[in-house]
Design a binder for this molecule. Structure first.
Ligand SMILES: Cc1cc2nc3c(=O)[nH]c(=O)nc-3n(C[C@H](O)[C@H](O)[C@H](O)COP(=O)(O)O)c2cc1C
Length: 330
């Protein structure tokens, strides 16, 4: 597939499956901003600069979150084949430009949790439609918090009524700022609608926003809602945070994001994003301040009980491969 016969002891078909699993990760506007370089002894994860969102994500923070999520899937896919993945984040001179190198860390049987999370990968979807009115049980919320902790991140659940109202106002404010920014509007428009292998297709757009909505969801041109079928009154809203700022923390938070989303899927929960509040710089600062200032907000999620949602498209694995051998050998 790439001029390399065997990668981490896997044959071509197995490597294709592993990379296809990685590529099922979520990404801003389904931009799929990841590329892979293969060698006998490693899989390198690289960003795809052609898939940046300069207006919505000027610092590439969400690009790295998405790549972190893809890395988590990659780790799972290797574990499911009995390979313990050894990951180096931001490897520097060992692989210039790479976000991560994954090497073979020995053989190991996989556990039940890996089995459940791997099974959740193709079932996970972003669900932008109204959820059922049922509240998320406390035990489920704790499981999501633990999932973030497992990936060295922090999940802050917004349960206090006052804090919830403040966050709603912050999301609305950020939403308004982006709606008034022609460049951000153009990016949203460019990635909305049928595009083939990427973008947010009409079937995934959710419902059209209405004045009574408490949370400002991004408008992907969804359908009119069934009359009287409004958004759930009490979604679980969580803020995924890292402990520090910067690319390494963002890659860690991306892995945590995916562990949280897959854990939610496994528990029968659905999720969608309220990213405006972490994209608009001034609003993100306010959000950080409002949750205590010590942790760094990376992603805001709405979680609840959804209904079946169709999958979004993905690019072919061949199109994700960076040609050429890694600069340094094994
Ligand atoms: C970092 C990040 C930010 C996102 N922000 C939003 C958002 O603000 N609103 C939204 O509706 N979806 C958001 N998404 C979800 C993506 O649009 C979604 O993952 C993509 O379209 C692929 O669809 P899937 O998640 O169903 O596989 C975000 C995803 C990521 C990884």
């Amino acid at each position: 597939m790439s001029g390399v016969d065997e990668v981490l002891g896997l044959n071509g078909d197995e490597v294709t499956e592993v990379l296809a699993t990685a590529a099922l990760a979520p990404s801003l506007y389904n931009s799929q901003p990841w590329r892979f370089r293969l060698a006998h002894d490693r899989i390198e994860l690289h960003p795809d600069p052609a898939r940046r969102m300069p207006a919505t994500d000027p610092g590439d923070r969400e690009l790295r979150l998405a790549c972190g999520a893809a890395l988590f899937n990659l780790r799972l896919a290797l574990r499911a084949r009995g390979i313990r993945p050894l990951v180096t984040l931001i490897p520097g001179a060992d692989a210039p430009g790479a976000l991560a190198i994954v090497r073979h860390g020995g053989l190991r049987d996989f556990d039940d949790e890996t089995r459940r999370l791997v099974a959740a990968v193709p079932r996970r979807r972003t669900d932008r439609r109204p959820f059922r009115a049922a509240p998320v049980p406390t035990a489920h919320r704790h499981a999501l918090v633990r999932a973030a902790e497992r990936e060295r991140s922090w999940l802050h659940a917004v349960t206090d009524r006052g804090e919830r109202a403040r966050l709603q106002a912050l999301v609305a404010e950020a939403h308004r700022v982006q709606a008034e920014d022609p460049a951000a509007r153009a990016e949203l428009a460019a990635w909305t609608g049928p595009r083939g292998a990427d973008g947010v297709p009409p079937a995934s757009a959710g419902v059209r926003p209405a004045p009574q909505d408490e949370w400002a969801l991004r408008d992907f041109g969804g359908v009119e809602r069934v009359p009287g079928k409004d958004y759930e009154p009490d979604p679980l809203v969580v803020v995924l945070c890292s402990f520090t700022d910067g690319p390494l923390a963002e890659l860690q938070a991306g892995q945590a994001l995916q562990r949280v989303l897959l854990t939610a899927t496994d528990l029968g929960l659905a999720a969608s994003f309220l990213s405006q509040a972490v994209e608009v710089r001034s609003v993100r600062q306010e959000l950080r301040h409002s949750i205590g200032g010590a942790v760094v907000p990376q992603s805001v999620l709405r979680v609840g009980f959804g209904s079946p949602v169709p999958p979004t498209p993905r690019r072919a694995v061949e199109d994700l491969l960076l040609e050429g051998v890694p600069t340094t050998g094994r």
